[in-house]
Design a protein around this ligand. Structure first.
Ligand code: IVH
Length: 677
């Protein structure tokens, strides 16, 4: 092994260059949210550095980006005394409490004016940590604990890419303690829970618990694999004359040192502006990639902060204006079973109505019977209902302590609650299904709704309520009947008049001109989504050859495995289905031929799969998808290892982090336009 003196100068220089380069990209990714290179390119840099460090182990420094993989497990966490206590925040729950906050401050500052300057930030729902740097090097990370003493979690904190191991500027304070929140975003939380279930582990109830559990693991090598992020919101101890008198400016200073800060941070003046800020962020809440439970307002001026002072455990100069809770307790009144398009029976909780995240909720999904059993949920229980992001409300858990004696386990009915056909469970699957097929009104309704939906035949004006009425009144039985509908009967329906009936007839007529892919998707074959329908259309090029296809021929199609192949074959084996398809074509449904698509030189993206996320300038997401498809590409809604690239517009969602985790390239609008030529 080479001794230090013998290390060629160029190796030392290469290591330094690589470390600086990687740290710079880390900063672009985590702090500026503006990555300049793909994840693959980043990994290549990291691997080059790793190779050099393996060859020359004395070149490994504790701040090297290769040192984020975690260390040998510890037996316990050391206790750490905070030099400055880590305070908590007072809460406000309505505008009156915000006004009272401002009045208290004005009294304290002997001010007449009510327009005090504040810094406004979202309140992240994770856990508080303190990071101590000496001479620019991270030397200690601690949890908040009781505010006076926390736990030393340095080994764990070091594994988070968003926590700098060394500060990146010339102007570094000799000593600085940065405080902020460690949290887990929605995508990371879902992925972690899936992994937990697969490995027989326990699911986390919410992202905050998942973040706390992951940061407080004795084995930091496991923490390294958990999708945790750090965002700073303040400074504790600091030595050296670096600071401005404004909290906002201090946050900008932290950013310049390489710390992520909230992209939503703003300076506002007066309590009215605070309330506007609260409303604006509350509106965005469901779109955010991570959970927030309110917004925090801090008096911006530090001298004013000092005058305002602190009472017991919270400063008088700051307040958390809380959002309505997204997890609340209510009573589970009953469990019903909803029949889906393919007959799957989903247990649905009927709840005592309750506001969750500001929205009244009286139904929530219970997913399936296995989940009910695993969570031991019983009718009559008090349960925790959760609504986060844009997902449907779900029952997360039951409160066993509050269980009453006569609570009962829900039972799967043996017969379909809609059509009374028998219910079966397929081997190895959690789902139960109604065997009624098109006999079942629920399945018929769902099949028709799906057929008319925007991504299928796109029949404008044919909404769910209308379909339900038409099936109930026996005007239609299946998708085959839609194009036989007549003005007079339509106009007689609830909330329909001659004009709306005519519009619907026109919309039906218009929908007849479609694409083969849409038509295949619209048929609602089990597990044939948009992307698979597109692949089938491109491969078979006509409905006739798809209908006749044998299993192995179907399986030769991209994206089609044995289950989907069997579903397609079963669908077309049913004489009723063939009759319906024939009937629809007889009524004039048509599409442009795709015979010569592959010879078209414009089909530059055949074989590629893209995922689109965020807002593209001057282009809707569907339009962007159409442009890609016109070039032969496939467009999918979820990121997997097989995704060619993710196209990310403004405010992309969690798909970007998923892509980053999987090493899938991310293209911005400019790169996307270049791709389209
Ligand atoms: S400031 C003296 N700012 O909320 C100020 N806290 O309820 C103390 N939190 O322990 C904290 N986002 O974990 C501050 N933008 C933010 C925050 C924030 C989340 C958490 C933090 C704190 C808790 C207090």
């Amino acid at each position: 092994m080479p001794v230090p003196e013998n290390i060629p100068e160029n190796i030392r220089a290469d290591c330094k260059m690589l470390r600086d380069e990687i740290n710079r990209h880390n900063c672009r990714y985590y702090v500026l949210d503006d990555p300049q290179i793909t994840d693959q390119a980043y990994d290549q840099l990291l691997r080059r550095l790793q190779r050099l460090e393996t060859q020359y182990p004395e070149q490994v420094s504790s701040d090297s980006p290769t040192q984020r993989v975690g260390a040998a497990p510890a037996t316990h966490f050391e206790s750490v005394r905070h030099e400055m206590p880590m305070l908590s925040l007072d809460n406000a729950f309505d505008e009156a409490e915000m006004m009272a906050f401002e009045k208290r401050l004005n009294d304290k500052l002997s001010k007449e004016s009510t327009s005090l300057p504040y810094t406004a930030e979202p309140k992240l729902d994770g856990l508080a940590v303190s990071l101590l740097y000496e001479q620019g090097l991270l030397i200690q990370a601690a949890t908040r604990g009781d505010g006076k003493n926390g736990e030393n979690i340095t080994a764990n904190a070091r594994t988070l890419g968003s926590i700098p191991l060394r500060l990146q500027t010339e102007r570094i304070p000799a000593r600085i303690e940065v405080r902020g929140e460690v949290y887990m975003d929605h995508a990371g939380f879902r992925a972690l829970n899936e992994r937990q279930l697969e490995n027989g582990g326990k699911e986390f109830a919410n992202p905050r618990n998942a973040a706390a559990g992951s940061l407080r693991l004795l084995d930091s090598r496991i923490t390294a694999k958990r999708p945790l992020t750090f965002c700073s919101y303040g400074i504790g101890v600091i030595e050296g004359d670096y600071l401005d008198d404004s909290h906002y400016d201090r946050m900008m200073f932290l950013q310049s040192l390489g710390f992520p800060i909230s992209p939503y941070i703003e300076r506002v003046s007066g309590i009215d502006a605070c309330i506007d800020y609260y409303r604006a962020i509350l509106q965005k809440r469901d779109e955010l990639a991570f959970e927030i439970d309110g917004v925090v307002f801090k008096l911006d001026n530090l001298q004013q902060q000092a005058i305002a002072g602190t009472v017991s455990r919270a400063p008088r100069w700051a307040i958390a204006y809380k959002f309505p809770a997204q997890e609340v307790m209510t009573k589970l009144l009953d469990v019903d079973f909803q029949v889906g398009r393919t007959g799957t029976l989903t247990p649905v909780a009927r709840l005592e109505p309750v506001a969750v995240g500001g929205v009244m909720v009286s139904n929530a999904t219970l997913h399936n019977m296995d989940e009910i059993q695993r969570k031991d949920i019983r009718i009559g229980d008090m349960v925790i209902v959760r609504r986060a992001g844009d997902v449907i409300p779900e029952v997360v858990s039951t409160v066993v302590d509050k269980r009453v004696q006569d609570s009962a386990l829900p039972e799967m009915p043996r017969r379909c609650p809609v059509c009374d056909s028998s219910v079966t469970q397929q081997e190895g699957q959690a789902a139960y299904r109604c065997t009624g097929g098109l006999v079942c009104a629920a399945q018929r309704k769902e099949a028709i709704k799906h057929f008319a939906s925007r991504k299928a035949m796109d029949v404008e004006g044919l909404g769910d309520k209308l379909v339900e009425q038409m099936v109930e009144q026996k005007m239609i039985d299946s998708i085959g009947d839609l194009y036989h509908l007549e003005m007079v009967e339509l106009a007689a329906l609830d909330r329909m008049a001659e004009k709306s009936a005519q519009n619907l007839i026109d919309a039906l007529e218009k929908s007849k001109q479609t694409t083969l892919a849409r038509f295949i998707y619209a048929l609602g074959i089990r597990e044939v989504g948009e992307t698979t329908a597109e692949s089938l259309a491109n491969h078979f090029k006509s409905i006739e050859s798809l209908q006749e296809a044998e299993i192995d021929h179907l399986q030769a199609v991209d994206d089609v495995g044995p289950v989907v192949a069997e579903n397609v074959r079963l669908f077309f084996q049913q004489p009723e289905n063939r009759e319906i398809v024939g009937g629809l074509i007889g009524q004039g449904i048509h599409w442009p031929s795709i015979e010569d698509k592959r010879n078209n030189s414009e089909l530059s993206l055949v074989g590629n799969t893209y995922v689109i996320t965020g807002m593209l300038e001057g282009l809707g997401r569907d339009e962007a998808a159409a442009l890609l498809k016109a070039r032969g590409a496939r467009v999918s809604s979820s990121v997997s290892a097989k995704t060619t690239a993710v196209i990310a517009g403004e405010k992309p969602g969690s798909k970007v982090s998923k892509a980053a985790t999987l090493g899938v390239p991310i293209l911005d609008q400019i790169a996307f336009q270049a791709l389209l030529g």
